[in-house]
Design a protein around this ligand. Structure first.
Ligand code: AMP
Length: 419
C-alpha cells in the first residue's frame, strides 16, 4: 500500500505532475505512448475515489511561449484514448481560462494545462539573454526569474487541493512543478504510482539485492558512466562492461583499437576501475572480441577481431560472437541484474546482435526468477525495439533521474514529497 491508496480524494482537485514528454512525428502524432500509459493508474485512482484531475507536464525544450510545435494540445487525444475519459485542454497554464476551468472542475473530470516550459519560470532559468551578456546581467536575470517563479508556483498551486508527483523522469530537477509546488501542500502531497514503483524497484536493487548481482554497463563513453560504475562497485558481485566504453579500457591496457570510439583522457580512470574491482573481488567481464566495421554505417564491411587487436581503418561497433557467449553465460547465472546502456550500436540492425543477445539473456534469467531492472534511455529503447519490455522485472522511465538516484544523490522531486 502506498499513501495514494489511502488518500481520500472525494471532492478534491488533484494537480498531477506527469511526464508527457513523448515523441511526436512530423504530423504531431504520438509515436510512443509509454509515458502516457504509465500515468493512467494514478489518474484513474483519483477519479475512482471521487476526485478531479489537473494534468501538468513539459514537452520538449521550447524556448518561448506558445510555440505550437511543443504544445501539449497535440497529445490530448492520445491521453483520452488511454484514459477513456474526456480531457479538457486549458490552452495555457497561467491564463484566466486555466484558473476558471480548475475552479469549475467537477468530480470525475480531467483537464490539462499547456506545456509548463512555455514559461521560463518552470525551470527558473532566464531566457533571451544577449550572447554578450555580462556576468552581472546574467545574475540579475536569474534573480528576476527566480522572483517571478514564486508567483508561477503559487498560481499553479491555487488550482488544486492536493499535489501528486508522478514524473520520475524529471525528479532530478528542482523545477516549479516537480519540487517547489509541494510546499503549498504540506499535508496533501504524495507520489503517484510511477514514482512509487520506480523508487521501489531501484531500492530493491540497490538495498537488498539477491546474489549474484551483475550490472551491465554499456553505452559510448566511460566519462558519462564513471560515477554510476563507482557507486555500483559498492554493491555488485560482477560488472559487465560493453559498448564503446570497451575500447577505452582496451587502449588503456595497451591494446590496439583501430578507429574505435575512445577517450584517452579516461585511460587512468579505466585502469583505476580495474584495480579497484580487483581489490574488492568484483569480477569484470569485458568483450573478448568485437564485430568491427570499416565505416560507421549499415552498409559497412564487417569482420570479427579481438577487442584489443583491431586493425587501422576498422572500428568495433558491436560485441563479437565469443563475447556474446560469455555475456550470456554470465547473465543467466545471476539473481539481480541491472542494465544500463547498449553493448553496441543497436540503432543499426547490423550491430544490434550483441545488445539483443544481452536482452534475451536478461529475459531468460528473469524467467528463472532473477530480478531485472532496465534503466537509462538507450537500453530502454533497445528492450522496446526487441519487444521484450514486458519480459523483464522493471523498465525504468527515468534516465538522468535513475542514474542520480542510484548514485545516492537526493532528487529534489523526491525530497519535496518526503520532507
Ligand atoms: P550512452 O548514452 O552513453 O548510454 O550511449 C548510448 C549510445 O552508445 C548508443 O547510441 C549506441 O549506439 C552507442 N554505442 C554503443 N556501442 C558503441 C560502439 N561500439 N561504438 C560507438 N557507439 C556505441
Amino acid at each position: 500500500m502506498f499513501p495514494i491508496d489511502n488518500y481520500d480524494f472525494k471532492g478534491k482537485r488533484a494537480i498531477i505532475r506527469v511526464d508527457f514528454n513523448v515523441p511526436l512525428n512530423e504530423k504531431f502524432e504520438v509515436t510512443d505512448d509509454t509515458r502516457i500509459r504509465a500515468a493512467i493508474p494514478t489518474i484513474k485512482k483519483v477519479l475512482e475515489k471521487g476526485g478531479s484531475v489537473i494534468l501538468m507536464s513539459h514537452l520538449g525544450r521550447p524556448k518561448k511561449n506558445n510555440d505550437d510545435k511543443y504544445s501539449l494540445s497535440h497529445i490530448v487525444g492520445a491521453v483520452e484514448k488511454r484514459l477513456g475519459v474526456k480531457v479538457m485542454f486549458a490552452g495555457d497554464s497561467m491564463g484566466e481560462k486555466a484558473a476558471e476551468m480548475a475552479k469549475n472542475l467537477k468530480p470525475g473530470q480531467v483537464m490539462m494545462l499547456e506545456n509548463l516550459r512555455f514559461y521560463a519560470e518552470e525551470e527558473g532559468k532566464p531566457r533571451g539573454l544577449a550572447e554578450d551578456a555580462t556576468e552581472e546581467q546574467k545574475k540579475e536575470a536569474k534573480k528576476a526569474v527566480k522572483e517571478s517563479q514564486k508567483n508561477f508556483v503559487k498560481k499553479l498551486a491555487s488550482y488544486a487541493d492536493v499535489y501528486i508527483n508522478d514524473a520520475f523522469g524529471t525528479a532530478h530537477r528542482a523545477h516549479a512543478s516537480t519540487a517547489l509546488i509541494a510546499d503549498y501542500f504540506p499535508h496533501d502531497k504524495m507520489f503517484g504510482y510511477v514514482m512509487e514503483n520506480e523508487l521501489k524497484a531501484i531500492d530493491s536493487v540497490m538495498e537488498k539485492p539477491q546474489r549474484p548481482f551483475v550490472a551491465i554497463i554499456g553505452g559510448s563513453k566511460v566519462s558519462s558512466k564513471i560515477t554510476i560504475i563507482e557507486k555500483l562497485m559498492e554493491r555488485v558481485d560482477s560488472l559487465i562492461i560493453g559498448g564503446g566504453m570497451t575500447y577505452t579500457f582496451m587502449a588503456a591496457q595497451g591494446g590496439k583499437i583501430g578507429g574505435s570510439i575512445n577517450e584517452p583522457d579516461q585511460y587512468q580512470t579505466a585502469l583505476d576501475i580495474l584495480a579497484k574491482a580487483k581489490a574488492k573481488g568484483i569480477e569484470i567481464v569485458m568483450a573478448e572480441d568485437a564485430l568491427c566495421a570499416d565505416a560507421f554505417s549499415e552498409d559497412a564491411n564487417t569482420q570479427v577481431c579481438p577487442s584489443n587487436d583491431i586493425p587501422d581503418g576498422w572500428e568495433g561497433l558491436d560485441i563479437g560472437p565469443k563475447a556474446i557467449e560469455s555475456f550470456k553465460n554470465h547473465i543467466i547465472k545471476c539473481k539481480t541484474i541491472l542494465w544500463n546502456g547498449p553493448v553496441g550500436v543497436f540503432e543499426m540492425d547490423k550491430f544490434a546482435g550483441g545488445t539483443k543477445a544481452v536482452a534475451e539473456a536478461i529475459v531468460e534469467a528473469t524467467a528463472k526468477g532473477a530480478y531485472s531492472l532496465i534503466g537509462g534511455g538507450d537500453s530502454v529503447a533497445a528492450i522496446n525495439k526487441f519487444g521484450l519490455a514486458d519480459k523483464v522485472s522493471y523498465v525504468s522511465t527515468g534516465g538522468g533521474a535513475l542514474l542520480e538516484y542510484m548514485e545516492g544523490k537526493e532528487l529534489p522531486g523526491v525530497a519535496a514529497i518526503r520532507k
